[in-house]
Design a binder for this molecule. Structure first.
Ligand SMILES: NC(=O)c1ccc[n+]([C@@H]2O[C@H](COP(=O)([O-])OP(=O)(O)OC[C@H]3O[C@@H](n4cnc5c(N)ncnc54)[C@H](O)[C@@H]3O)[C@@H](O)[C@H]2O)c1
Length: 333
């Protein structure tokens, strides 16, 4: 029997997931809910589902799984409610916009019948899989790294300029980099750095240093007003006379030695939804919901990325290195 899926949040990324799910013969996309009726109606018509006005109506439809694709500060409440209802949940990043929120979800996911997966799509993008396979296969032992992830602007969608909705710029874009640092190098031990507020009414330029438990030292830079000059996202990982460089989600190049030919992947011709990892992350979520494998990106991964964002803001605010893990938030359930 098909997995009955509902989408909560019929905007840009809700549509990307809905179109992927519609192509998966194991899925019946039954409902699309949005706070704006026209948005729900538009996407529901495109994918052949019922338009609805909120989570309650999706749950009343008897969905097995819910995609939470609303703006950042609207993730915790529907995720917890859907999990408590017994549904599987895929949530877009960020998991939450506070350590308390992330803790609450991790606890709820730990108790839930359903699975929880967080939308760190880059883990499934070919360029990052290429880098990860080099590391896991022993061809590259990371020693140091530079990670850059800029945004061209905080104008589209308009809510990205409102820290009350994003939870802060780090939750909007660089949270992907923090997860990528953990994915490639393991847990972070210390974070330090500087940031300032320049163009937007919040901190919008960051230069950070992450020291990982593995010993890897990684710089992380992010500017919110950089224009979309290519590549706005670039990762360089250095071993002993070996390195891999990713450019956007387009290309990755590996140099195995100072006098050896480089090799790599070029993803320019791939359809966007595959190149960015969305097709694969949806497929493995459905696998997990059907009990075929554990979730590929877990509630703990979401919590650790949230912790990194919070530690980064704390390091900037208090002008000192912050050691991880952070103390558990006071009083969470
Ligand atoms: N993983 C990625 O690569 C990626 C890419 C884009 C967006 N995102 C994340 O996905 C989320 C959505 O981003 P987007 O670009 O699709 O935004 P969007 O503005 O295009 O769409 C959001 C939709 O949610 C609806 N909405 C807002 N509040 C709601 C609520 N309380 N209940 C129901 N519907 C509500 C809005 O009406 C809108 O239709 C954000 O958290 C964003 O960070 C992730």
């Amino acid at each position: 029997m098909a997995l009955k899926v509902g989408i909560l949040g019929a905007g840009f990324i809700g549509r990307v997931h809905a179109l992927n799910l519609r192509r998966d013969e194991r899925v019946a996309l039954v409902g699309v809910a949005d706070a704006v009726p026209e948005a729900a109606a538009r996407l529901a018509a495109e994918v052949g589902a019922t338009p609805l006005d909120g989570l309650d109506k999706l749950l009343d439809l008897g969905v097995d799984a819910v995609y939470v694709t609303t703006p950042n500060t609207h993730h915790v409440e529907p995720v917890v409610r859907a999990l408590q209802h017994g549904a599987h949940v895929f949530s877009e990043k960020p998991m939450a916009t506070s350590l308390e929120g992330a803790w609450t979800i991790r606890e709820a996911a730990g108790r839930a019948r359903g699975v929880y997966q967080i939308g760190f799509n880059r883990r499934f993008a070919n360029v990052y899989r290429f880098a990860k396979d080099l590391i896991d296969g022993g061809r590259l032992t990371p020693l140091a790294a530079q990670l850059k992830h800029n945004r061209g602007e905080l104008q589209h969608p308009a809510w990205t300029a409102d820290a009350g909705v994003t939870g802060g710029y780090l939750y909007e874009t660089p949270v992907h980099l923090f997860d990528m640092a953990r994915f490639l190098f393991g847990d972070v031990a210390v974070i330090q750095g500087v940031a300032r507020q320049v163009v937007y009414p919040e901190l919008d330029e960051f230069a950070m240093v992450l020291t990982c438990r593995s010993g890897v030292i990684a710089t992380v830079t992010s500017v919110a007003h950089a224009t979309w000059l290519f590549p706005s996202e670039r990762v360089e990982v250095y071993g002993a006379h070996a390195a891999v460089v990713t450019e956007e989600l387009e290309r990755a190049t590996f140099s195995p030695g100072p006098r050896e030919a480089a090799d790599g992947v070029d993803c320019a011709a791939m359809p966007f939804e595959r190149k960015w990892g969305y097709v694969m992350e949806d497929r493995v979520f459905v696998d997990a919901a059907l009990g075929e494998r554990p979730p590929a990106v877990t509630a703990d991964d979401g919590y650790r990325a949230t912790e990194l964002v919070e530690a980064c803001y704390q390091a900037v605010r208090e002008r000192r290195p912050i050691t991880l893990p952070l103390p558990a938030p006071a009083g969470p359930g």
